[in-house]
Design a binder for this molecule. Structure first.
Ligand SMILES: Nc1nc2c(ncn2[C@@H]2O[C@H](COP(=O)(O)OP(=O)(O)OP(=O)(O)O)[C@@H](O)[C@H]2O)c(=O)[nH]1
Ligand SMILES: C[S@@+](CC[C@H](N)C(=O)[O-])C[C@H]1O[C@@H](n2cnc3c(N)ncnc32)[C@H](O)[C@@H]1O
Ligand code: SF4
Ligand code: SF4
Length: 617
């Protein structure tokens, strides 16, 4: 006999681990007198299987037990983070294709009864899903089947007012995405405003009884990597976990290895300031490797999906908003549970479908050298599909046929760019020469457009603009006062800029070569000085700016967005001219955009405002 099975006392049998039971059950050299032992071993295996918290359909061929389900509640979002979605936007699934609240709960119940103990709601932005509070409440009732945690990953924009209700209904863990402490950079990264709202949400979260609050920071070289120490500073007084995430590639996000800062490099920067930084315990199956600084209340960690992946301990499955099961973030394969559900599949049939997907899960994702050639969905969708015209033109392997084929090195599916239609320009004739569009045949309709833009100015310039005029002694001899006097000499900055913006709208066709002259019926310009305050390591940082908004209208054959944009641009340039004596070259003009447009064939457009996108929970 090669196995000391006979030495196992009845008491020990009940604790015999699966591997040993298997060893005994499969031994061929057991004497016939020991067949009883084999039977006992087989019985022990059945006992373990029965008691196993995870159904066999959720265990893959690498023995990874999938007890973490991420549910995407929506494909929509109130931000437009450049690293998550293509600038062209995404094609949304029609509402009828999305899982209903009842379908989400039916599937979640099945997963929980099969061993899932952790559910994370994500998206898109989960907080804009109608009825999220009820969904959380219903998930909470699954605790009786073994569900231990209900988490949510959110950008926080619409959260601060709703969070207490969500927590009351059962939300236990919140991961808040906040990549920068600088409001200006926030707008660059998310292509939207709302930094203040996210900070408010963070404050509410830290004051709530949530079991954990984590901040997700996607680190991009030369954009926000200089803020890593400021984020670490937050862990000094707050019981939070800040996680620095390596920038990952998804279709359309223009991933570039050079924009990614490896976690090891960030750790060295942190160590240079805090030599006593030490490794902290990780949670089981955690994506992050945690570290802390002695004396700090919170800790920080690195999610090194690219440089040091954690696939061997992967325990996660994804359910997309349109009801697909996706077993790996980087695997485009998916199976529709929604279709099965809607054709009357039983729980057992659904579980078997899930099991087939799980058993096909690969050991790990492609390495850094190959991963940028796979065609996956943009991160925001993780469940929808890209418009053909959105297939990326970078990082793709071309095929002569212009069809889908496999990348030679990784074996992953790639798309050729040759089938992508190219958009056409309206101001170019067939020979590629500039030409004004003939609008003679078009019917005049009421058109309106609103554009906005911002100029960032210095504190002194801000005070000058907002102080009632005149307030200071312009005879003072300091250089600063002389500059103030010189600027004031030009007049009331906001009034002059407003008039200039009105003139700018009227002059658009003289300035922009192919714009039609239009008889404008309305030009409304508002210049609003604004301050934004943020906490920094050394106290508070305040940003000073002036927001210029112009609304233009006409009864005509072409749109008036160029007039609105020109108006804003001229208004902001005038502010620059008026303030250059005090603010010099430190000013920045930016974020010039169309925010609303109505009338005309292309239909109405409204850039989502933070407040209009709030969920209605
Ligand atoms: N490779 C890989 N990375 C993932 C996966 N899920 C999340 N991440 C990474 O982890 C980051 C944070 O995701 P979160 O939504 O906060 O989820 P989480 O890290 O699982 O959250 P915890 O439950 O707090 O551990 C994402 O931005 C990704 O970079 C995954 O399944 N695979
Ligand atoms: C897709 S978002 C969805 C939830 C929510 N809208 C949010 O931003 O928190 C989930 C997480 O993925 C992260 N993420 C998105 N694109 C990423 C990328 N290219 N690389 C790394 N993380 C990314 C976000 O920062 C966020 O923390
Ligand atoms: S990361 Fe989140 S907030 Fe940003 S665009 Fe993607 S889904 Fe929206
Ligand atoms: S890449 Fe795939 S296998 Fe690796 S951790 Fe993410 S989901 Fe799991």
């Amino acid at each position: 006999m090669t196995f000391p099975a006979t030495k196992i006392t009845p008491n020990l049998w009940t604790k015999l681990p699966l591997s040993m039971a298997r060893g005994i059950a499969t031994q061929v050299e057991l004497p016939s007198t020991s067949l009883n032992l084999q039977r006992r071993a087989q019985a022990r295996i059945r006992e373990i299987d029965f008691a196993s918290p995870v159904n066999k359909h959720l265990i893959d061929t690498f023995n990874r037990q999938h007890n973490y389900l991420r549910i995407s509640l929506t494909e929509r979002c109130n931000l437009r983070c450049f690293y998550c979605m293509p600038s062209e936007g995404i094609e949304l699934s029609p509402d009828g294709k999305l899982l209903t609240n009842a379908e989400i709960i039916r599937l979640a119940t099945l997963f929980v009864k099969s061993g899932v103990t952790k559910i994370r709601l994500t998206g898109g932005e989960p907080t804009i899903r109608k009825g999220i509070a009820e969904i959380i409440g219903d998930l909470n009732s699954l605790r009786k089947y073994g569900l231990k945690s209900i988490g949510m990953t959110s950008n926080g924009l619409a959260l601060h007012r709703h969070l207490p209700q969500l927590v009351e209904n059962g939300l236990s863990h919140l991961n808040l995405s906040l990549d920068t402490l600088d409001p200006f950079k926030f707008e660059l990264i998310t292509r939207r405003r709302g930094h203040d709202a996210v900070l408010k949400a963070l404050k509410v979260a830290l004051e709530s009884p949530l079991a954990s609050v984590k901040i997700n920071v996607v680190v991009i070289k030369d954009l926000n990597d200089s803020e890593v120490l400021d984020f670490v500073e937050m862990t000094k007084t707050e019981n939070i976990s800040v996680r620095f995430i390596e920038f990952m590639p998804f279709t359309g996000n223009k991933w570039d290895k050079k924009k990614m800062v490896p976690s090891s490099e960030l750790l060295e920067r942190i160590r240079a300031k805090h030599p006593n930084v030490e490794r902290a315990p990780d949670e089981l199956n955690d994506t992050a490797r945690s570290w802390s600084i002695p004396g700090h209340k919170g800790h920080f960690g690195f999610i090194s999906s690219m440089s040091d992946h954690f696939c061997s301990s992967c325990n996660r499955l994804r359910l997309t908003a349109d009801g697909q099961i996706k077993v790996c973030l980087f695997d485009a394969t998916e199976v529709s549970l929604r279709d099965k559900l809607r054709t009357g599949a039983s729980d057992q049939e659904l579980l078997e479908t899930i099991g087939r997907s799980v058993s096909g899960k690969k050991e790990k994702h492609a390495g850094m050298e190959d991963i940028d050639v796979i065609t996956n969905r943009p991160m925001i969708l993780i469940g929808g599909r890209l418009k053909k015209s959105m297939y990326p033109t970078l990082h793709l392997v071309h095929s002569p046929s212009g069809s889908v084929h496999r990348h030679q090195k990784s074996g992953l599916r790639v798309y050729s760019t040759s089938s992508s239609p190219s958009p056409s320009l309206t101001h170019i004739d067939e020979r590629g020469r500039a030409s004004m569009v003939d609008v003679g045949e078009k019917q005049p309709t009421k058109r309106t457009a609103t554009a906005s833009g911002r100029i960032y100015i210095t504190k002194l310039a801000y005070e000058l603009v907002t102080a009632s005029y005149p307030t200071e002694d312009s005879s003072s001899s300091s250089a600063e006062s002389r500059a103030v006097a010189k600027a004031r000499h030009k007049g009331d900055v906001l009034t002059v800029a407003q008039l200039a913006a009105i003139m700018g709208a009227k002059q658009t066709s003289s300035l922009i070569p192919l714009c039609h002259p239009l008889a404008l019926s309305k030009i409304g310009v508002v210049l609003q000085p604004e301050t934004t305050t943020r906490k920094s390591g050394s106290g508070e940082d305040v940003t000073y700016s002036i927001l210029c908004t112009a609304t233009v209208a006409c009864e005509g054959k072409t749109g008036v967005e160029m007039e609105a944009l020109t108006s804003v641009s001229v208004g902001l340039l005038t502010v620059w001219d008026m303030l250059k004596a005090v603010a010099g070259q430190e000013m920045i003009i930016g974020e010039i955009m169309v925010t609303h447009k109505a009338g005309g064939r292309s239909g109405d457009f409204s850039r989502p405002e933070i407040d209009t996108m709030l969920c209605d929970t």
